[in-house]
Ligand binder design. Structure first.
Ligand code: PEP
Ligand code: MG
Length: 581
């Protein structure tokens, strides 16, 4: 048995057979074939070698024409290596004599050759090992076929283990078949992690290298509560986890029974708990979990699986669907937050930014692409005629940017009015506070909007200069950092002084550890992933504002994240032990 520690991003526990995707997104197949089936395996190998050599020659011709023959030589060398009889025979004998699958035999032979090259201690030859890896990729692609292998056609439930998953891959996972997933890469607030929560699939990310230690079909446990991946669990561990799984299910059930009770603290203060959604269908999840509205609708997910911008009517239909489900409850629609880790390939396929999180993403992209921006605003305004729709701008980093966005909104309103199209001219307009400059300018921004929504996912990454998707800086990316607490305190006070509503909608707002702190800092609205709503409501019903204020004051006096989190855990454990023991 082996236990790996990563970052818990979606709660729950699952036990099942491993299904592997490697760093290329290719399915890793079992290592052995059924006895006697090697002729078919040899044929698969033959076809893949031929197709891979053809590919290399085609690439050779293409590059030669574009850049000259000397640049194309490397592809000719690839083709020759693939066609080398010695290479082929070595793979064939592993299939025939050892019963290996073609995939495994190819990677064994390539690895052997790389080892030989590296042992020569010649820098030039050692660098050739990357050519061999390229070659392996070429052949495996033909053996495995489509990118994500058989993930689309699973016949039984599995636990997905991958190097990394994109938000789109995650969004397309079948919850009935994928019991849990664990990845080598990824950070706490990546969109892959957020999607796992949305789909309610237990997940652990940022585990570091582990794929080489597992074989397809091995029994594994993913513990999404504690961030663990357990390979080859022993009998005792399996039984213990089976018990944990059952008690988790019964806690969920008891939470759901009280989901419609309002979130009122023991000393009578009402807190509003909203849901975060990505897809219109999730509005129903929010209602089922007792949400008082949608506090954040991430509209960029309209781009999932799309090669073109959605039309005005596609936007409108999606918004109307949400508004209809929510009835009179508020729905905060955020304008497109595209770029960085969210569908940047669709928007800007031509420009590869060196630093996409600091580049033309989100509102910056919309302000440079007015037709895209106006199309969406028209749809949001049209939907505002049917319910309590509110409009929010993401990634605002300067006052001028907010003013520019509001001017475009005013233009679109004039157009709609001229055309006699109904909308709510008094639509509440808010801004995300997720860039440090916006937090610092909160008093000024507060004069120009009717609400703030603090996006801690981005705010933490920008304040601490720690990429939210990078597991190597996950220890720095910390919601409990004193710099974050002080900034939150500052923004909340600025909002209170200006009389604008303030909400927190980053993942921090759905983490039980931080609920007392946020209430103590003055937050009276939280927007969380739908599956967290009942839990957060129960915490609010278990505390008093008085004690939350004391906890927040104590936390603000500490100077490091470890002490802050210990304090918060200790205080929370006293009032809601069921979430911390
Ligand atoms: C945030 O940054 O906290 C936020 C809610 O926005 P997103 O996660 O969509 O970037
Ligand atoms: Mg954000």
């Amino acid at each position: 048995m082996e236990i790996k520690k990563g970052i818990a991003v979606s709660p729950g526990v699952a036990i099942g057979p491993a299904f592997l995707l490697d760093a290329e997104g290719l399915q890793v197949r079992e290592r052995f074939i059924a006895p006697g089936s090697y002729p078919r395996e040899l044929e698969r190998l033959e076809n893949a070698l031929r197709a891979a050599a053809d590919d290399a020659r085609r690439e050779q011709a293409r590059v030669a024409e574009k850049m000259g023959t000397q640049y194309a030589a490397i592809f000719a060398a690839h083709a020759m290596m693939i066609e080398d009889p010695g290479f082929r025979q070595e793979i064939q004998s592993l299939i025939r004599d050892q019963g290996y699958t073609a995939e495994y035999a190819v990677s064994r032979v390539v690895r052997r050759r790389i080892k030989k090259l590296e042992s020569l201690e010649d820098a030039y030859l050692a660098a050739r090992s990357s050519d061999l890896l390229d070659l392996q990729r070429r052949i495996l692609r033909h053996l495995v076929g489509e990118q994500t292998g058989g993930l689309g056609q699973l016949s039984h439930p599995i636990v997905l283990l991958a190097h990394d998953l994109t938000p789109s891959q995650t969004a397309q996972l079948d919850r009935q078949k994928v019991r849990a997933f664990a990845t080598e890469a990824g950070g706490r607030a990546s969109h892959t992690a957020i999607m796992a929560g949305v789909l309610e699939i237990p997940a652990v990310v940022g585990l570091g290298r582990f794929l080489a230690d597992v074989s397809p079909g091995d029994l594994v446990i993913v513990d999404g509560n504690r961030g663990l991946l357990i390979l080859d669990p022993d009998e005792e561990t399996r039984e213990a986890y089976e018990r944990t799984r059952k008690s988790f299910v019964s806690l969920e059930k008891s939470l759901l029974e009280e989901k419609d009770l309002p979130a009122v603290t023991r000393d009578g203060v009402r807190v509003l708990v909203f849901g975060n959604i990505e897809f219109p269908a999730e509005a129903a999840h929010c209602v089922e979990r007792g949400a008082e509205g949608v506090g954040l609708y991430r509209t960029e997910f309209l781009y999932l699986d799309k090669k073109e911008d959605p039309s005005e009517s596609e936007h409108f239909e999606a918004y109307l669907q949400v508004v209809r489900v929510m009835g009179s409850r508020p729905v905060v629609i955020r304008t497109l937050d595209l770029g960085a880790d969210k569908f940047s390939g669709v928007v800007n396929p031509a420009t590869q930014e060196r630093n996409p999180f600091l580049g033309v993403r989100s509102i910056r992209l919309c302000l440079r692409n007015l037709s895209l921006f106006k199309t969406q605003i028209r749809a949001i305004l049209r939907a505002s005629a049917f319910g309590d729709v509110r409009l929010m701008f993401p990634m605002i980093s300067t006052l001028m940017e907010l003013r520019q966005a509001k001017m475009i909104l005013a233009d679109v309103m004039d157009d709609l009015q001229e055309q006699g199209i109904a909308f709510n001219r008094q639509i509440p307009v808010g801004t995300m506070i997720e860039v440090p400059s916006a937090a610092i300018m909160a008093p000024e921004l507060a004069r120009e909007v009717s609400f703030f929504s603090i996006g801690t996912n981005d705010l933490i990454q920008y304040v601490l200069a720690a990429d939210r998707t990078n597991e190597n800086v996950a220890d720095l990316y910390n919601a409990g950092d004193p710099a974050i607490l002080r900034l939150l305190d500052y923004v909340i006070k600025a909002a209170q002084q200006a009389g604008v509503e303030v909400n927190v909608c980053g993942e921090m707002s759905g983490e039980p550890l931080y609920t007392m702190l946020l209430i103590g800092l003055g937050i009276r609205q939280l927007s969380v992933a739908p599956q967290n709503i009942p839990e957060i409501k129960r915490i609010i019903r278990s505390i008093t504002v008085e004690e939350a204020r004391r906890v927040a004051q104590e936390a603000l006096e500490l100077d490091n994240a470890r002490d802050i989190k210990n304090l918060l855990r200790d205080r929370a454990r006293r009032v809601i032990p069921e979430f911390f023991d």
